[in-house]
Write a protein that binds this ligand. Structure first.
Ligand code: HEC
Ligand code: HEC
Ligand code: HEC
Ligand code: HEC
Length: 187
């Protein structure tokens, strides 16, 4: 009896361990391709012009903001030595993939492009193919982040829109999401 139980607990642990390690392995394999790559297929008005909506949003300029005099002031107050645009305390919310292994950064990716598509949708090297993109399950399996409902979306937003931001303004999700959402039109 007891032996059987210990054995099944052991088996469970092995299964858990295996699934965790293969998970993190799969995640590591995806590279960041940058907004230009996503934008190639997501710019037409009839498809929802996601690129244009993003370009007009503050997210596109989030890194550039760190190079302003205002940012230097904010950084100084926060006790940062050196440039705001090089401090991880600022980049963590003002840029995409600033701290990942260089091997996972594609040729077209530019840090200067701020909060890019992949900040919210996941590193895209393996889901960006048209055939994969058209199949939701396949896209998710190859690294695309899935949002089941608005609560899940809000959770993503407040990883940055929170009190750790030195200039934090209260975040009204419904209002802010309406300003930047970029749905594919129903055909
Ligand atoms: C080769 C063209 C192509 C590229 C490159 C591409 N996409 Fe797509 N994407 C598509 C197509 C086609 C669809 C399906 C559109 C539809 O359902 O009308 C799609 C769908 C999507 C969806 C909705 C998927 C779903 O199942 O909910 C998201 C999100 C998305 N793309 C984000 C991205 C991001 C982020 C990038 C860059 C990492 C990217 N795409 C690169 C063509 C592309
Ligand atoms: C936790 C995430 C987060 C961190 C960390 C963060 N920011 Fe921000 N920052 C934001 C968000 C979100 C906004 C947009 C509105 C707001 O302040 O809530 C913003 C806006 C700004 C603005 C524009 C403010 C305005 O009113 O025009 C500046 C400048 C800025 N940040 C500088 C910095 C600097 C410098 C650092 C590092 C010391 C930093 N931020 C760290 C999230 C963050
Ligand atoms: C601040 C986060 C954020 C950024 C930046 C962002 N998206 Fe999204 N996007 C979302 C969320 C959340 C959704 C809704 C949930 C979903 O469909 O996955 C979405 C939906 C989409 C959809 C599917 C729309 C539909 O109706 O099925 C496409 C396509 C898309 N985004 C492409 C892009 C592209 C391309 C970029 C960059 C140019 C981009 N997104 C930037 C968060 C973001
Ligand atoms: C990776 C961090 C990050 C995430 C995730 C993120 N944001 Fe932001 N967002 C920022 C930063 C940083 C700014 C300020 C950029 C600037 O002014 O340079 C900003 C600015 C904005 C602005 C302009 C606000 C203003 O006061 O000018 C809106 C609207 C916005 N975000 C909506 C959203 C929504 C909705 C989501 C979730 C779908 C989201 N953001 C997710 C970092 C983020």
């Amino acid at each position: 009896m007891l032996k059987g139980k210990i054995f099944s607990i052991f088996t469970l642990c092995v299964i858990l361990l295996l699934s965790f390690s293969s998970d993190s392995f799969a995640q590591k394999a995806h590279e960041f391709v940058g907004v230009k790559t996503c934008g190639m297929c997501h710019k037409k008005a009839e498809d929802g012009e996601q690129l244009k909506i993003w370009e007009k949003s503050a997210h596109a300029n989030a890194y550039k903001t760190l190079t302003t005099a205002k940012a230097e002031e904010v950084a100084k107050k926060a006790g940062i030595k050196g440039k705001a645009s090089e401090a991880k305390e600022c980049l963590m919310c003002h840029a995409t993939a600033y701290d990942v292994d260089k091997k996972l950064i594609g040729k077209k990716f530019k840090l200067e492009e701020g909060i890019q598509c992949e900040s919210c949708h996941g590193a895209g090297s393996d889901y960006k193919k048209k055939k994969v993109m058209q199949d939701h399950a396949k896209a998710v399996a190859t690294g695309m982040t899935e949002y089941k409902d608005d609560a899940a979306i809000e959770k993503q937003c407040i990883t940055c829109h929170n009190e750790k931001s030195p200039t934090f303004k209260k975040f009204d999700f419904a209002k802010r999401w309406a300003e930047i959402k970029h749905p594919t039109p129903k055909k």
